[in-house]
Design a protein around this ligand. Structure first.
Ligand SMILES: O=C1O[C@H]([C@@H](O)CO)C(O)=C1O
Length: 489
């Protein structure tokens, strides 16, 4: 389980440690509700999120405070993708030689509901009886309904816990004003469709100002991957119309999946609301450049960062550092950005083999860190994918996006230091880079990883740590596995 704004123990230890929770065991998570906004929680291990372990988390402002925007009502819009194969089968495929990818999802879900055309089910597999009787009027299978009163303004709290898909959200015929990203204020801007990457949240406002005799579709489509999944649909119900009055219009269409330019220009429109979010420090103390590559390690398909494919540490990282447990963690420093002449536009050379590892980046507490994530070509020629990068325990400023190879002299000069958005998940686009700045001011050990569940599973992550010795005594519940066995201090 992962809580976005947890205590150092739980938004870090529970994840980084991989300490299993035994059946029947009661585990308490504490976290400080320190910022109003739209968040979510989810399980991270063994593809738990793909299996349905997630939910939304909404933190209201104290009664004495007001948002800098007005609305009459609000709805949660939790987005996800869904597979028919169990998470165990998916995980097994990812770990197998030859590799079997999870493939495109069977359905896209809005608030946990989606649909599937049962006639596509292979004739050899008898459909479940529920599947046969499912239709739009059966309450069990009906799409999610978003009721609105004509003329009123609503806040949609959109969050994506998708395992794989980058999604594009549309409210048929309605303009949306985007006011928050990842729970932080942004300069409001208007859109008719919005890209939402896994791990991101957006708060948007819209007014129910269309023909009130009809209902409308709320829709999600796949971006960034050649879609094989039909549009995910919910019903925007104009009261007092019946919820079962389905729109007669076709499912809304998003920009075509490989129109990266549109996604990049949308990302660049997202700027902080000045006066509500602080500007970043003008300089960083340390810059790390992380090259993400897809690699073949002894026949296994993996992702690697600077040639290291991340494997989880069997010992809780925080405990290993705090108690100096010998041999518990990889003491080799993470490699620097590898080969200067690396060509990001072609698949990695077979001679450039990656290795497994669990290196840690340890930062001085309070220091300002820049992270440049560089994207590259996968093992498939002419292919580079979107990766939403997510940092636990901190928000970062998104200083800039660029195409091609990052150039430290030229590109650093173009960083936005005036009003970059503050967030916790930012996409790196195909063949591009993204520059992030954060203050290492939250004692703990924090995963930094691609939020695509199979990609993290395949090694696309690392751990950032700071101020471990400033942590109080660790709760005994975080100890007990790996080399912390029997260590109850
Ligand atoms: O990690 C991935 O693996 C597949 C493909 O690259 C190899 O099958 C895919 O589309 C991914 O996103």
């Amino acid at each position: 389980m992962y809580v976005q704004r947890g205590t150092p123990y739980f938004d870090g230890a529970a994840y980084v440690s991989q300490c299993p929770i035994n059946p029947g065991e009661i585990f308490t998570y504490k976290f400080k509700v320190d910022r109003a906004g739209t968040y979510f929680y989810h399980g991270h291990f063994g593809m738990q999120r793909s299996g349905g372990l997630y939910g939304s988390l909404i933190v209201d402002l104290p009664a004495s405070k007001k948002e800098p925007f007005a609305y009459d009502g609000e709805h949660s819009i939790l987005l996800n993708d869904w597979w028919h194969k169990s998470i165990y089968e998916q995980e097994l495929g990812l770990n197998s030689v030859p590799f079997r990818f999870v493939g495109e999802p069977q359905s896209l879900l809005i608030e946990g509901r989606g649909k599937y055309n049962c006639s596509l089910y292979p004739a050899t597999v008898p459909p479940t009886p529920g599947c046969l009787t499912c239709n739009a009027t059966s309450p069990k299978c009906a799409p999610h309904v978003i009721p609105v009163t004509p003329g009123k303004t609503y806040r949609l709290r959109i969050a994506s816990v998708a395992s794989l898909s980058s999604l594009n959200f549309i409210l048929e015929g309605h303009k949306m004003t985007v006011v928050q990203a990842d729970g932080r204020y942004i300069k409001p801007f208007d859109v008719y469709n919005l890209d939402v990457y896994s791990g991101q949240t957006y708060d948007v406002l819209f007014t129910a100002d269309q023909d009130a005799s009809k209902n409308y579709w709320a829709a999600i489509n796949v971006r960034g991957r050649n879609p094989k999944t039909p549009t995910g649909l919910a019903v925007l119900q104009y009261l007092p119309n019946e919820a079962t009055l389905l729109p007669t219009t076709p499912a809304p269409v998003s920009p075509i999946w490989n129109d990266t330019a549109t996604s990049i220009s949308l990302a660049k429109q997202i700027l902080a609301k000045v006066g509500y979010e602080a500007a970043p420090p003008k300089k960083s103390h340390r810059t790390i450049v992380i090259l993400g590559t897809q690699n073949n390690i002894n026949g296994n398909l993996k992702w690697a960062l600077n040639n290291i494919s991340y494997v989880h540490n069997p010992t809780p990282v925080i405990a290993a550092l705090k108690y100096n447990i010998k041999g518990a963690i990889d003491s080799t420093p993470p490699p620097d950005y590898p080969v200067q002449d690396y060509n990001i536009f072609v698949p990695p050379k077979p001679s450039l083999s990656a290795n497994y590892g669990s290196p840690l980046y340890v930062f001085k507490r309070g220091s300002v860190v820049d992270v440049i994530v560089q994207n590259s070509n996968t093992l498939t020629p002419n292919n580079s994918e979107i990766h939403p990068w997510h940092l636990h325990g901190h928000d970062f400023w998104v200083l800039g996006y660029g195409q091609g190879m990052y150039d430290s002299t030229k590109d650093a000069a173009s960083f936005n230091l005036i009003d970059p958005p503050v967030r916790n998940t930012a996409a790196v686009f195909p063949y591009g880079w993204v520059a992030l700045r954060f203050v290492a001011d939250n004692p703990g050990a924090w995963p930094f990883h691609c939020h695509i569940e199979p990609h993290f599973h395949m090694g696309m992550g690392t751990v950032f740590a700071e101020g471990i010795h400033n942590l109080p005594k660790l709760p005994s519940q975080t100890l007990g596995c790996g080399l912390t066995k029997g260590l109850h201090r």
